[in-house]
Design a protein around this ligand. Sequence first.
Ligand code: SAM
Ligand code: SF4
Length: 530
Amino acid sequence: MAPGPVILSPIPAFLYLCRPNEYEMFDLKESKIQDEDRQGEAYAPFASDPSVYRKKFYIESYGCQMNFADSEIVASILNKEGFGATRNLEDADLIFVNTCSIREKAEQTVRKRLTEFRKLKKKRPGTLVGVLGCMAERLKSKFLEEERLVDIVVGPDAYRTLPTLVTEAEGGQRAVNVLLSREETYADISPVRLNSNGISAFVSIMRGCNNMCSFCVVPFTRGRERSRDAGSIVNECRDLFESGYKEVTLLGQNVDSYYFQPDTLPGRHLEVVNGEDRQDQEILISGGESGRKEEFEDRPITFAMLLAMVAEISPLLRIRFSTSHPKDITDDVLHTMARFNNICKYIHLPVQSGSSRILQLMNRTYTREWYMAKVQRIRELIPDCGISSDIITGFCTENEEDHKDTLNIMEYSRYDFSYMFFYSERPGTLAHRRYKDDVPEEIKKKRLQDVIELQGKLSYQSNKNDIGKIFEVLIEGESKKDNNKWMGRTSQNKVIVFPRDNSNYTKGDYVTVKVKDCTQATLLGELVSK
Ligand code: SAM
Ligand code: SF4
């Protein structure tokens, strides 16, 4: 069955880990696409590098932001081993596809692409094709043995072995490594920034997922949850800031369960400042010489603490994060968000369904009432916080009452935007093993349409409420539609477009903008400070 990854704008579906796009379309047909701007994106990060490489690789990425971030790690690993990237398929000795398994449609897209590459291989027999990521993990050597579609199969925890696997494949051997790890976080690898705007970067803080949402394939393709060394995260964010980036998004399937137990942070230690009680402590990584060495050196680092550490790098560095599982986002995190101006006031809080009965079948571990109380708490502690969601329609046994509960919780939560999907059964998941996928496809789609329409109204209302308000905006670049205008984002992750007005501002500057008008997807403003 063809699944429907639908996003009501303003966000592209592939970026369910992140941010809205300018002027996204709203009708079902248009929103069904994963962001065509990025899906299948190919990179050439070393295009201007004069080095002579022994081989050239081409890499395309599909799926969520974690996959795009992983492609940056893969590029870094390959580059160190003497491989250069090319955006031109015809030039490539190695072709890699970083894949997604979350819905059946995502896998179909990749299969089609691999078939095209197989044809290309016939014309150029020396070319090697490799499949990376979640589909590689899910289907393992099926690609090599049954389908003979590719030469190399590498799961998300085995990218360090890629250079060896390439050598094996060149020698005509089977090159598969789909071992999942309990430790691998690629903490020491500096990702090559691919196709970045030079202002916003994604920083992976953890890998895998320990939740067993019954619809979801991620725990099977990405393995157990593990948190990356806090010191390496802070260093990466600081390096990004020092090289001109103004915004980092901390990435993980469930960032709020981040938990790092430091053994030692080499050459560095934790310092506590202003620490009267635990709630008010600001924790940062200090260079060592001047810092007070504390007994806190061995203290585990939670997500709230990590947020504070990154926020301390500079008030000019904006911090975002995604995704928050509602069960794990704590008051500590909310207090930390409220305390730092540079931690953006925006939370992606996927509800999936508004029916407690369906939530239980989904194994989400919260009820409708519990989720509503969490939304209430966010609004209480951070009154100006933007909230977005993921919603699945037509999960096993869902009836009209359940569907009404979903519409109702959307209204209650007043989501600024949502990523909306109809249920796509995934082999091996708990739902596949336990329940019947019994909601007919046309009903799944009809309910999805209801959800999209309601979200359209909520997004428009939320934007209309901002008319007349003044926001600090980080300029990300020119508006796609009009190069006399800038495009930026508010702390709440809303896209705002405004005339340049002969000002000397540039990409990466913070400006103050007053909202004059809006569409469903975009705020339209004018500069207040010139
Ligand atoms: N870890 C994140 C969380 O729990 O919120 C979400 C990660 S998942 C990669 C992104 C979204 O895809 C989910 O929130 C869910 O709405 C959707 N999704 C996952 N499995 C799905 C399935 N089998 N059918 C339809 N949508 C699905
Ligand atoms: Fe999948 Fe649930 Fe983990 Fe998100 S929290 S990745 S939906 S299992």
